[in-house]
Design a protein around this ligand. Structure first.
Ligand code: FE
Length: 331
């Protein structure tokens, strides 16, 4: 049980890291059908930092009304307690420089994974390495041997706070990613026993073998979870679901692989799983958030343990452990 003072402090620290200053305008976004306990504490923390706080209750996270968009355009920082998916939000960020911080995880996870400047440093360092690279190879003792070319899509990261104009982030979790170039990516990805499958929010019970050629998944073999994956993906009736989405690795030393085992299904978003240090975060489907043309809603995130990730032959993760770089050594 997290005490309310620790939660308030975590909120205040994270909003301060998000560069919230006295006199700035904050809008807290909630939805009537999505319960959240954070509206009072977010409001109090922002007010303690001197911000002016409004709130808006939206009806549909996929379609914001014109009046809501007007409010968000006038904000310096939007605290999203819903997970707004309307692309218009991102147009507002780009045009008006509005910062957006998404917060959904339970208090224990927010406090344990409260962000720090070291997280951003680690993310920026990983971004720089990934941006210089042209090929990524992922391998594992479980049988993964998969390579893809990059460079045509932007490199991005999340580090848990929204400090720069127009920046979107999700508290908590630090990871880096990009997208494979169109129609590239060859080899085998073995999602091993214990690797995580979102949105099923389950650990794979036995290995799932994906054969990939020219950036497309051609076969999915294994046991029950392979059957679930095949069935789920086929239900969308679209070829795009078999493409690759964001690909990268986790950078949060205090995120925990085992967290799915400690919370009931549906009680967490899975940021621990997506961010635990040294995972390879494999995912399928859309690449529109990177500027690509695929926008299928079928999206599977599969954080994998025990992988080695090499950028142009230089490892950044070895057997699931981050290779120390300058930013890590500075901690
Ligand atoms: Fe994802």
């Amino acid at each position: 049980m997290i005490d309310e003072i620790a939660l308030l402090e975590a909120w205040r620290d994270t909003l301060a890291l998000s560069a919230l200053k006295a006199g700035e305008q904050v809008v807290v976004v909630t939805a009537s059908d999505k319960p959240t306990r954070y509206k009072p504490v977010a409001t109090l923390a922002a007010r303690q930092l001197g911000a002016a706080v409004s709130d808006v209750e939206i009806a549909d996270p996929n379609h914001l009304s014109a009046s809501t968009l007007e409010l968000l355009r006038a904000a310096d920082l939007v605290i999203d307690l819903v997970f707004v998916h309307d692309p218009a939000l991102h147009q507002v960020r780009a045009a008006a420089g509005t910062r957006v911080l998404l917060v959904l995880e339970p208090p224990e996870i927010l406090v344990r994974l409260r962000p720090s400047e070291a997280d951003k440093q680690r993310a920026r360092d990983a971004e720089a390495r990934l941006r210089r690279a042209r090929t990524v190879r992922v391998s594992s003792a479980a049988g993964t041997d998969f390579s893809f070319a990059i460079g045509d899509y932007p490199v991005s990261s999340q580090y848990g706070y929204a400090d720069e104009p127009g920046h979107w982030d999700h508290w908590p979790g630090t990871f880096v990613y990009t997208f494979a170039n169109d129609d590239v990516g060859d080899g085998r990805v073995v999602i091993d026993r214990g690797d995580i499958l979102f949105p099923f929010n389950q650990y794979a019970a036995e290995p799932i073998t994906l054969e990939i050629a020219d950036g497309w998944i051609n076969s999915i073999a294994g046991g029950l979870h392979a059957d679930m994956m095949r069935s789920h993906m086929a239900s969308y009736g679209s070829r795009d679901v078999y493409a690759l989405s964001h690909l990268g690795w986790g950078l949060s030393p205090n995120a925990r692989w085992d967290m799915l085992g400690l919370h009931p299904a549906g009680a967490i978003e899975g940021q621990d799983g997506r961010a635990f240090a040294g995972n390879f975060l494999f995912s399928t489907g859309p690449n529109d958030i990177g500027g690509g043309t695929r926008s299928t809603p079928c999206h599977i995130d599969a954080p994998m343990r025990g992988c080695t990730v090499e950028l142009d032959g230089v490892p950044v993760v070895i057997d699931g452990a981050l290779v120390s770089g300058p930013a890590l050594a500075a901690e």
